[in-house]
Design a protein around this ligand. Structure first.
Ligand code: AMP
Length: 283
């Protein structure tokens, strides 16, 4: 497994990497878990060469403290990637991605300002900008992203469509702990009591899905109320947002569902913000 720590080293190796057949990119911020490895395995299954990137992107963090606390364990990450037979890793140092005078941004204007984008202003602009840079640097045929970050996946698909980027985007289903908690690098920051309580998030999605199964006419408002009540029953959880939106466009919905919808949850276990999502259909 080759490790490239600078853009110039990556650029120099690119012709060889690309000559090896279809190239798949898995962008990550490191501190890898089974969720990331599911992306790597999906890439491995459909591409001849797989490159992973590890970069904690400062421009997508609103809060400097959140950035400073982001967990890192590069040696462990590299061992995990080696075990998955990844061909190459792009591992720029913290200051290695952006020119100090950088002024260009990529923004999916409408999508980036909604929902999670309203809670974390500038977040999706940071994501779209760094992913564009990674696409330009690596020039992959395919790139892999988790459905867990549902709005992020839509932002990237929209950006690729709007800017005619020659990369095929694959979404990979959310990987979960045995108790249902969506795997996240943030989970290690939970106290034992918070960790024990956190499966309430996935359980509230199960309840909404069961409600819809027993009555496909259940309204969006009733689903949201059920989720809020269930999350509200857990004293350690502070519900930041419950959104039930059109699964393709994230448009607002009301009344009974006419087609697929996505339930997007943001729940704080102070100070850690956890997210989860589920796509549900009336039929
Ligand atoms: P991150 O390192 O948090 O930026 O995540 C890198 C990629 O892994 C993103 O595309 C995430 O959506 C994806 N990812 C993170 N957690 C999971 C999970 N539990 N299941 C599937 N994909 C995930």
């Amino acid at each position: 497994m080759e490790i490239y720590e600078t853009k110039s080293a990556l650029r120099a190796a690119l012709p060889d990497l690309r000559a090896g057949g279809t190239l798949g990119l898995v962008p990550t911020m490191g501190y890898l878990h089974e969720g990331h490895l599911a992306l790597i395995r999906a890439a491995r299954a459909s591409c001849d060469r797989v490159i992973a990137s590890i970069y904690v992107n400062p421009t997508q963090f609103g809060d400097a403290e959140d950035l400073a606390k982001y967990p890192q364990d590069t040696d462990r990450d590299l061992a995990l990637l080696r075990a998955e037979c990844v061909d190459a890793v792009f591992l720029p140092d913290p200051d290695g991605m952006y020119d100090p005078a950088a002024q260009t941004i990529v923004e999916t204007t409408e999508l980036a300002s909604r929902l999670m984008g309203a809670l974390r202003p500038g977040h999706f602009r940071g994501v779209a900008t760094v992913v564009t840079k990674l696409f330009n640097l690596v020039q992959p045929e395919r790139a892999f992203f988790g459905e867990k970050d549902y709005q992020q996946l839509l932002v990237i698909r929209t950006m690729v469509r709007d800017l005619d980027m020659a990369v095929e985007i694959t979404g990979v289903p959310t990987q979960r702990e045995p108790d249902g908690l969506a795997m996240s690098s943030r989970n290690v920051r939970l106290t034992p009591a918070q960790r024990a309580a956190a499966p309430v998030i996935a359980a509230s999605l199960d309840r909404a899905e069961a409600m819809l199964r027993s009555d496909p006419q259940t309204s969006v408002e009733a689903l949201a109320a059920e989720i809020e009540a269930h999350l509200g029953s857990e004293p350690l959880a502070r519900t930041e947002s419950v959104d039930i939106q059109d699964a393709a466009t994230l448009a607002d919905l009301s009344g009974p569902l006419a087609g697929p919808a996505v339930i997007l949850l943001a729940v704080r276990f102070d100070p850690v913000l956890l997210i989860d999502q589920r796509v549900v259909s009336p039929a």
